[in-house]
Design a protein around this ligand. Structure first.
Ligand SMILES: Cc1cc2nc3c(=O)[nH]c(=O)nc-3n(C[C@H](O)[C@H](O)[C@H](O)COP(=O)(O)O)c2cc1C
Length: 212
């Protein structure tokens, strides 16, 4: 009798587990409860940040995800410099403002959107696909950050403001990228102080080719 009860219990457990697995597989396919898809769809560019630090443990994990991005021939044709010290960041903002006396200082300093952490990314221009490598690194950084509750923004403006400017150029050198590397993008990171809506996307830009 005990054996029969045990058999019924094991069979019941098996059926319950099998049903749960099938349900999970179906949900994964539709993306209903897929954590990666949820993170991708929930990420937005953050332009207002709480002025609180992001721990270096969290930044290390985000960067670990960043450098695990796919990249051409595994050349890892990127370099990243991180500023998370407000005093260092302010010094850089002052320099950028000095380099652009024709523009309102606040607007110039605002090019970093007041993110408490700023990543400076450089690419190896000797590798033709390095810009893509840096883009993929950046997306891994921003998605992993969001999955950890850290907001982000891609920033092209600081690159424009710092390159080809005699006051700012020495500051790019101070970031200490390897010889020949080209500063190409910034990413701001920090805890979001806003929750922007998604901007519309044009699905018409994606088409299947069924016949040539
Ligand atoms: C290469 C690149 C450069 C960007 N530069 C800036 C920038 O300098 N300042 C800014 O506020 N947003 C910048 N953005 C953010 C875009 O405006 C934003 O990603 C886009 O409007 C879509 O919004 P979403 O990220 O919330 O989906 C940049 C994005 C990319 C990919």
């Amino acid at each position: 009798m005990k054996r029969i009860i045990l058999l019924i219990f094991v069979a019941g457990l098996y059926l319950t587990l099998a049903a749960a697995c099938t349900q999970t597989a179906q949900q994964t396919q539709t993306g209903d409860t897929n954590a990666v898809i949820e993170t991708i769809m929930a990420r937005r560019s953050i332009r207002k940040y709480k002025q609180i630090p992001v721990s270096r443990d969290t930044l290390d994990l985000i960067m670990k995800c960043g450098i695990n991005a796919p990249n051409g021939q595994n050349r890892q044709s990127w370099e990243v410099r991180i500023i998370d010290d407000p005093a260092v960041m302010n010094e850089l903002k002052e320099a950028i403002a000095k380099g652009h006396p024709d523009m309102p200082a606040n607007a110039v300093k605002g090019c970093f959107r007041d993110a408490p952490v700023v990543l400076f990314i450089a690419r190896d221009p000797s590798y033709p696909f390095s810009a893509y490598d840096c883009g993929l690194l950046s997306e891994n950084i921003m998605l992993s950050a969001w999955s950890l509750g850290v907001g982000s923004i891609c920033l092209g403006m600081p690159v424009r403001m710092m390159t080809d400017n005699d006051v700012c150029k020495p500051y790019i050198e101070k970031l200490g990228f390897s010889e020949g590397y080209e500063f190409c993008l910034c990413i701001g990171l920090g805890y979001a102080d806003e929750a922007p809506e998604a901007k519309p996307r044009n699905a018409e830009k994606v088409k299947y080719i069924d016949k040539l």
